[in-house]
Design a protein around this ligand. Structure first.
Ligand code: HEC
Length: 133
């Protein structure tokens, strides 16, 4: 009985693996080159590069995406909500460090107590470059 079961499950595995080992069509087409000059300029901006690097090293991307609302607002929505000036960069950098809720809803952002003001400001400079309005 057990032997029969083993044989059967081996056959099932063989059938399954046969089905899944079909060669996938290979795509050799080259990827399109950078779309617009504007997007290209942005990624070469040192503020954009440094800010994005800091954000990637921290936990920000678990709650924020560039264009989609996630646990937190999208970075583009944040950039479009505020004016891009020193006062805003200051207050938002403190918000990142201290955490809090209320400007987008009731879900709080966790505090980032070990983040320096300088790094938080650099992250904000990147976020503000996403502004489209
Ligand atoms: C645990 C999830 C979470 C993490 C991690 C997180 N955020 Fe947030 N963030 C939120 C939420 C939720 C809000 C909306 C808060 C509110 O309603 O005021 C927010 C709001 C913001 C805002 C707008 C603040 C305002 O008052 O309008 C900025 C800027 C921001 N986050 C940047 C960051 C950066 C940079 C990091 C990484 C250092 C980060 N967040 C990490 C959840 C998170």
């Amino acid at each position: 009985m057990i032997k029969k079961f083993l044989v059967l499950s081996c056959m099932a595995a063989a059938i399954y693996s046969c089905g899944s080992s079909e060669p996938k069509p290979t795509t050799t087409e080259p990827q399109p080159a950078a779309t617009t000059a504007a997007a290209d300029d942005l990624s070469k901006n040192p503020d954009y590069q440094k800010g994005l690097e800091l954000i990637a090293k921290s936990d920000c991307l678990t709650c924020h995406k560039v264009d989609e609302t996630s646990t937190g607002p999208s970075y583009r929505d944040v950039a479009n909500k505020y004016a891009n000036n020193d006062a805003v960069v200051d207050s938002l950098s403190q918000k990142i460090i201290k955490g809090g809720s209320g400007n987008w809803g009731t879900i709080p952002m966790t505090p980032h107590a070990t983040l320096s003001t300088e790094d938080a400001r650099q992250m904000l400079k990147y976020i503000m470059l996403l502004k489209t309005n």
